[in-house]
Design a protein around this ligand. Sequence first.
Ligand code: ADP
Ligand code: MG
Length: 686
Amino acid sequence: MAELTLHTPLTALKGVGPAKEKALAKLGLAAVADLLAYFPRDYEDRTLRENIQTLPLEEPVCFAAMVAAPFHTTFIRKGMDLTKGRVVDAAAQVEVTFFNQPYVRSALTPGETYYFYGKLTGTGRRRQMVNPYFERAGRNTFTGGIMPVYPLTAGITAKFMGNLQKTAAQCVPQIQETLSDDLRAAYDLAPADFSYRAIHFPQSWEELEKARRRLMFEELFCLNLGLTLLRGRRSQQEAVPFDKQDLEAFTASLPFTLTDAQLRSAREAAADLKQPVPMNRLLQGDVGSGKTVVAAACAFLAWENGCQSALMAPTELLAQQHLKTMETLLGQTGMRVALLTGSMTAAQKRKCREALESGEIDLIVGTHALLSEGVEFRRLGLVITDEQHRFGVDQRAALSAKSGGAQRPHVLVMSATPIPRTLALMIYGDLDLSVIDQLPPGRTPVDTMLIGEDKRQRLYGFVRKQVGLGRQVYIVCPAVDQEDTEGMKAAEQFGQSLQRQVFPDLKVAIVHGRMKAKDKQTVMEDFAAGRTDVLVSTTVIEVGVDVPNASLMIIENADRFGLSQLHQLRGRVGRGQHQSYCVLISNNRNELTRKRLKTLCATTDGFIIAEEDLKLRGPGDFFGARQHGLPQLKLASLEGDMRLLHQAQDAARGVLADDPDLSAPENAPLRLRVEQLFRENGDIFN
Ligand code: ADP
Ligand code: MG
């Protein structure tokens, strides 16, 4: 075989055929370098322990023992056989049993010594062990030390992955060091080659800790560098400064008074908009906190200064709702508001495009149809996106590019995901942040409770009662179809059985992501218009649906959802004047799980919930798979690693002070790494 390098495709390795290639691709692994960057999710202590008799019972241990007598297989019945034998050390013996693995008989030779890894049971000198992992002493590769546990997928076993990693480890010396000697000395960081070896195959827990610290630092450091460069490039762009700022004229036209938090956010945005560089601001606020009116204020300022605005929503339904809201909020000002979505007829779209081009529309509300070819603005000055984690960074950029000429529009991003500030600064490092941390007056908090299956019948009674009062009910299931569930409620089947067996007299509808967009929309419109009593759905209703008459949210298998997601779902009720309820159903007895769910019952503060979620699940899960469109952190959990985060930020600042665009030859490996980190999100260096 040709010499192994970081670029060698995995198909060149022994045992990797087309099927394995596909399975590995699922894990994002194509070349040797990918393997080295694929870190274990956990470790097993398979360090060799002495004296079997003194080893603890019922917990995994690794020891050496000699096979004392040949192993024998007994057939119990069809599909069930036992292979038994005895192994010994100087003072104790262990009876080892394997289920349905008759082939181990020939792998365990009497008189030879092996390393065994598994749980011991039994009393006194009589010890037992079932289905241990074993290897010949001296030829052991997966026992006798701390062993990595990798995230796997169908077709890739732990052993197969372990072998690939052993092979890939040869290439560790080829990995380029990205952190200079000075930097490593200043922050006490281990070298790259040491770290990449030790993260996979640590010789001790101390080594592992050193490796983790260095790699975490590198991750945070590179993310920080990338985000800072991104911000720097933006500050060199030009935008139309909105000099006229008669905010009071706008607020006076509103049917309500802004909360302090809304006013503060609007003023922060207004200050940005005065600048000749593009605003790039994240407006964060819990569901119902009133972000839309702040966005409307910005659109008003754009209009005052002769510019058009575009508001982009992730779904048609949301776009339509925004249109209605904007029409109400801006109705008094004389601004012309219009809608552009994919489902409009060709003629309607053409008319809309013409009006945009001639400047007859001041605020256009739409879906990603706004990004399509042929949409031109006369003078686009402001882009607002809602629920930005549903858009990629490149989509935002595509809309920004529509302004034409050298000038870029100002950008306002709205998000209802209450991200803890520290984390927001990292994830949205290129954005400035405004937070609406206060709800409009007069809201009654949603009454939330956690129940078990035993209360289901009573709950159905409660559903009836709410519908009897004229209200509507959501029931959210974790899965679409019975096919993809293990004991979880699936919207399709559960909805049907509810209609037939439990609520034959009520109108039950079903909606989930696998339905056609048009059918989905019909179901949602029926529900919004009050033609349906109970809506059984998956999390497709999570974002943006606004039906003030809905007063009860039931969440099946609530333990399957993240806290922040549950909070988002709960935000679908309590939007009208009616007392609203959220019922979490879960039979899960796990203490941590119950604690999580109880948090939700105890508070409606999205930030507290987010902090809790972050602590319990880590940032990876917190944001869901790449939804936010920025690099996932592999190692660093920001909650626990704040100190390291600050160090990484300091270090990044220091490096950029000497080399602002990271173009010095000695920074080439670093630049490469930063580019790599950002590649999937559009090349930030172009
Ligand atoms: P979200 O932040 O979830 O997008 P919205 O902007 O949709 O929230 O506002 C939720 C509701 O609260 C809307 O019906 C809006 O008219 C109302 N609202 C917003 N601000 C205020 C306020 N200051 N006083 C009273 N009602 C408000
Ligand atoms: Mg909203």
